[in-house]
Design a protein around this ligand. Structure first.
Ligand code: SF4
Length: 358
């Protein structure tokens, strides 16, 4: 069983905080889809595809017909029906007609990039939708029959208070969605947001407030029945993101498209993160990827880094126990049924903990 990720690197405009690989050259969509179809044909073996995830960028910027072509090409390769087919979508793209059409072609899970229910914050982030469009997109998706919807939220924006954060959490809970992904605003090198920070035009939220916001999120969502199953992800029972879970539990996955990564348990491979070069090379049968064979040490490091992000943790070996002793004593990690798991306080400083274990 494998998971398949398809990267759709198009955005109408770039958000201030984003450092993902994407482009605003929407005129290249059809050429890109043709290259993707060829990559599917050449790289995806006849196999059992468990999950398909169309991520971006903004996959909802493709025509439904283009998405259907990609899905059909993948479904032609699989011997069993994938259980989860997710499409990432911008609220502004989700009209009732488009939602109906997406359901009809087999999309059974939507991940909607809400980010905030506050218009001022959405403007600050450079998003192209407003709060009412976000609410309407979720309502329309539910009316179209989607019963597995995830929304993304971002917290710790400059000037954000616990009061406004509470409002966002309440709004998210009132939407009756099955899954919520939530990220602390990060200042990545070279983004317009980071330039604002460097020039003193915005101030980063204190770590103490960030932690308080995260704790509030965890407690509110858990109180409402959500399981905190990965550091940034919360799901109602039976609604964990199956595709994303494959990244965290070492299941092989194939990444298709410019900038996409693949891993088969031994080899990590990444496609060129340049749209024009990707299309040209795929269509001319030139090499468009690089790859490396992971050493046992690299695999162990990945296993710890990814596994500790999850509620299930990692198997506690004798070697790990020796390294983790003081972290367990400090209440940052705990042992449960032979697994090593980060505690709520440990989640605040997960990267520092991982550094001490690898
Ligand atoms: S829509 Fe998503 S991928 Fe595109 S610029 Fe905004 S955050 Fe980045």
């Amino acid at each position: 069983m494998i998971g398949v990720y398809v990267h759709i690197p198009f955005c109408k405009r770039r958000c201030k905080y984003c450092d993902f690989f994407s482009t605003t050259q929407l005129g290249r969509r059809e050429a890109y889809v043709q290259a993707l179809l060829q990559e599917i044909d050449e790289r995806v073996p006849a196999t059992d595809i468990a999950t398909i995830y169309l991520g971006g960028g903004t996959p909802s910027l493709l025509e439904t017909e283009q998405i259907a072509q990609l899905l059909q090409a993948l479904l032609n390769k699989t011997t069993t029906e994938p259980t989860e087919i997710t499409l990432e979508a911008n609220p502004g793209d989700l009209t009732p007609d488009k939602l109906q059409a997406l359901r009809q072609i087999g999309i059974n899970r939507l991940s909607i990039g809400v980010q905030s229910f506050d218009d001022e914050q959405l403007r600050f982030l450079g998003r192209r939708h407003n709060a009412e469009q976000a609410r309407q997109a979720v309502r329309d998706a539910q009316a179209a029959g989607f019963d597995n919807i995830s929304i993304d939220l971002i917290y710790a924006l400059p000037g954000e208070t616990m009061t406004t954060w509470h409002r966002d959490i309440d709004e998210a809970l009132n939407r009756n969605v099955q899954h919520i992904s939530c990220y602390c605003l990060s200042y990545e090198p070279g983004t317009p947001l980071t330039k604002l920070l460097e020039s003193g035009q915005v101030t980063q939220t204190d770590e103490e407030i960030e932690n308080a916001m995260f704790d509030e999120l965890c407690s509110q969502l858990q109180e409402h029945g959500f399981e905190h199953y990965e550091v940034s992800n919360f799901a109602l029972p039976c609604f964990r993101a199956r595709h994303n879970s494959s990244y965290w539990n070492d299941t092989p996955y194939i990444g298709l498209g410019a900038g996409a990564h693949s891993y088969d348990g031994q080899v990590r491979r990444w496609n060129i993160a340049n749209l024009a070069a990707y299309v040209k090379r795929v269509l001319s049968h030139s090499t468009y990827w690089e790859e490396e064979v992971l050493t046992d040490e690299q695999k162990t490091i990945e296993h710890i880094m990814l596994g500790l992000r999850t509620r299930d943790g990692i198997a506690l070996t004798a070697e790990l126990r020796a390294k983790a002793q003081h972290l367990i004593a400090d209440g940052l990690l705990r042992e449960e049924n032979g697994q090593l798991i980060a505690t709520p306080s440990g989640l605040h400083i997960l990267n520092r903990i991982i550094e001490q274990l690898i």
